[in-house]
Design a protein around this ligand. Structure first.
Ligand SMILES: NC(=O)c1ccc[n+]([C@@H]2O[C@H](COP(=O)([O-])OP(=O)(O)OC[C@H]3O[C@@H](n4cnc5c(N)ncnc54)[C@H](OP(=O)(O)O)[C@@H]3O)[C@@H](O)[C@H]2O)c1
Length: 301
């Protein structure tokens, strides 16, 4: 019997697709997948998946009301600037609340944006700004749940961060190398998000879940142990030097986010200020998240 509709916005993106897959593992769930271009999302179609054309940046109030109608939860996996992360998500959240939706999960999926000081990572600043506005909308019957799980244990993500160059076997880090880092895979993040979306119980506003907590030097040892070969480990500088390098890149190449955004994430990751709070993994005992070692053995890292 189908008894829960979950709206996924950003449905054609990498995490959106995984969240849909995880939602469909629950037989009573029907997914309303919101995509900008349905032609590019035909593969998502299925008995329990409805594809709806929706542009979060251009939607009207009436369109927003229509896409959330009858839903139990709305999950956002949108990516974008403040117009999307703050403004568009907020409009959709308000439509969800007005429609009697139980829960809204914004597109965070990050380290702890709430303990990271402002001004370190623009992406985290936008998500925190959204969270502050969203808090005013919460109530007894409307929840806003921030899923926070650390860095994705994935070679592409670690490549983007500049942490791991898998092709050349190089690990680069800033700081002491011994600051703990929280890690969770894409799939496990999607599983926890789906479980939280359809949870009949009240879900904490900040849902901390994760697969592992190890520092970068332990990551190196684990990778070397699994693969039986050495990595080239390079310390790039202190955290102060990382901050200076971030500022320099931002001044020299303000339009080129690839020059400074990874450095901002590096500061969040190596600075130790954005560690997750107490883990809530046990709320969903059916999910057995992978450790970093598991992810390395699976060749995801
Ligand atoms: N913790 C980590 O290590 C980590 C790593 C990666 C990502 N993340 C987080 O995970 C979340 C999802 O990331 P992702 O990599 O899955 O992103 P993605 O693949 O870029 O997907 C984002 C989706 O948002 C959609 N979108 C953007 N603007 C839209 C609009 N105006 N209206 C409707 N849809 C719009 C895009 O639609 P189109 O398909 O039409 O372009 C795309 O499908 C983000 O919050 C990201 O920060 C976390």
């Amino acid at each position: 019997m189908i008894n829960k509709i979950v709206v996924v916005v950003g449905a054609a993106g990498k995490l959106g697709r995984l969240v849909i897959e995880s939602l469909l593992a629950h037989p009573d769930v029907h997914v309303r997948a919101l995509v900008r271009d349905p032609q590019r999302a035909m593969d998502l179609r299925g008995d329990r998946v409805e594809i709806v054309a929706f542009d979060a940046a251009k939607s009207t109030e009436r369109e927003r009301a229509a896409v959330v109608e009858g839903a139990f939860a709305v999950v956002s996996t949108l990516q974008g600037g403040p117009d999307i992360i703050i403004d568009a998500q907020l409009e959709l959240l308000r439509a969800a609340k007005a429609a009697g939706v139980r829960r809204f999960i914004p597109s965070d999926y990050s380290y702890n944006i709430f303990t990271l000081p402002p001004g370190i990572n623009v992406n985290s600043d936008w998500r925190r700004a959204f969270a502050e506005k969203a808090r005013a909308e919460r109530g007894d019957s409307f929840e806003v749940v921030h899923v926070l799980q650390g860095v994705f244990a994935d070679r592409v993500v670690l490549g983007f961060l500049g942490l791991f160059d898998a092709d050349n076997g190089i690990v680069r880090y800033w700081g002491s190398g011994t600051t703990p880092i929280d890690w969770t895979t894409w799939d496990d993040t999607a599983r926890f998000t789906a479980a939280a979306a359809i949870d009949e119980r009240q879900v904490p506003e900040r849902l901390f879940v994760s697969g592992d907590r190890i520092d970068v030097l332990t990551f190196v040892k684990t990778w070397e142990m699994v693969h039986g070969k050495k990595l080239d480990v390079q310390r790039l500088g202190s955290l102060e030097e990382l901050a200076q390098e971030t500022d320099r890149q931002q001044k020299e190449q303000p339009q080129n986010m690839y020059a400074w955004l990874p450095l901002m994430y590096a500061r969040g990751t190596y600075g130790g200020e954005a560690l997750l709070g107490p883990r809530e993994n046990d709320r969903y005992p059916e999910i057995k998240p992978e450790t970093v070692e598991d992810a390395i053995r699976r060749n995801a890292v």
